[in-house]
Design a protein around this ligand. Structure first.
Ligand SMILES: [Zn+2]
Length: 280
């Protein structure tokens, strides 16, 4: 179940705006450092931040344990933030057989985590147990990472059982403040193009396994994604309305494998977008 934000809802941003400024200020400083490091290498033409590698090589080249001196990997995607949606008193979607979305989200995330770690990715979760961090707390965890993508995982109460959909946030007008910073609730705007690529790649892998799923990622205004400053998608599995929970459990390995493959395919496309309004 996805929380979709209507246009009439106003988001409160003032209380968290200071945090957002800090994150973006840090990101700009880090980008500046990285740019100067690349400039020092004095290549005749500016090199892309990551050289495309064939799918499957990422595990071998992932910098697990050797972070120093690996400048080429500094901008390479190596962190995946997994968000088991809901939790605590927020049970999410509920089926007639006592199935609770918040609980099954955690099961699926555990499978996805295994599949990603086998590919050499570092995985960060927005919750570890049955608690319910706020949307902003979850985004803050993602926004504190460098070179990360964000995957929010849901079980739907609708949709054809046995299908899976990837969602990308719909267009967000890019708004910058007078000092060139992006407001917290527009954090996703510079990443939307990348999010669409990631969503389509993951959806393609899912559809190969789960017939009847859409061919491309869906678009919606999703509260969790709009405050996330990284390529970000939500993945929604149908559905809690199954008679036997095992029908959902059986989907977990396939969903995990498809998400991992989609992210591996996305890895060569990953670049850090320049933030509109930021100083060069
Ligand atoms: Zn949900």
């Amino acid at each position: 179940m996805l929380l979709v934000v209507g246009n009439s809802q106003r988001l409160r941003i003032l209380a968290i705006f200071g945090t957002a400024l800090l994150f973006f200020a840090c990101a700009r400083v880090m980008r500046g450092l990285q740019t100067s490091l690349q400039a020092q290498q004095a290549a005749p033409a500016p090199a892309p931040p990551t050289s495309p590698a064939p799918i499957g090589q990422s595990a071998a080249t992932a910098p697990s344990g050797s972070s120093s001196g690996a400048q080429t990997s500094q901008s390479a995607l190596n962190v995946v933030v997994l968000d088991p949606a809901h939790g605590g008193t927020d049970l999410g979607a509920r089926g007639t057989g006592g199935i609770q979305e918040s609980e099954i989200d955690m099961e699926f995330v555990a499978e996805v985590r295994k599949a990603l770690e086998q590919q050499g990715f570092q995985v960060v979760q927005t919750r570890q147990g049955n608690d319910n961090p706020s949307f902003d707390d979850r985004s803050a965890i993602a926004n504190a990472q460098r070179n990360a993508v964000f995957i929010s995982l849901h079980i739907a109460s609708t949709g054809l059982p046995g299908t899976v959909r990837a969602y990308v946030n719909s267009d967000l007008p890019t708004v910058t403040t007078t000092n060139g910073l992006i407001p917290w609730d527009r954090a996703q705007a510079p990443f939307l193009g990348l999010s669409r690529k990631l969503g389509d790649l993951v959806q393609g892998m899912l559809t190969q396994r789960f017939k009847g799923s859409p061919e491309t990622a869906q678009t919606a205004t999703i509260r969790q994604l709009r405050t996330t400053a990284a390529p970000a998608i939500a993945v929604e599995i149908s559905s809690v309305v199954v008679n036997d929970r095992a029908d959902l459990d059986h989907m977990a390995p396939g969903v995990a494998d498809a998400i991992a493959r989609g992210i591996v395919a996305f890895k060569p496309l990953y670049v850090i977008p320049s933030v509109p309004g930021a100083l060069p």
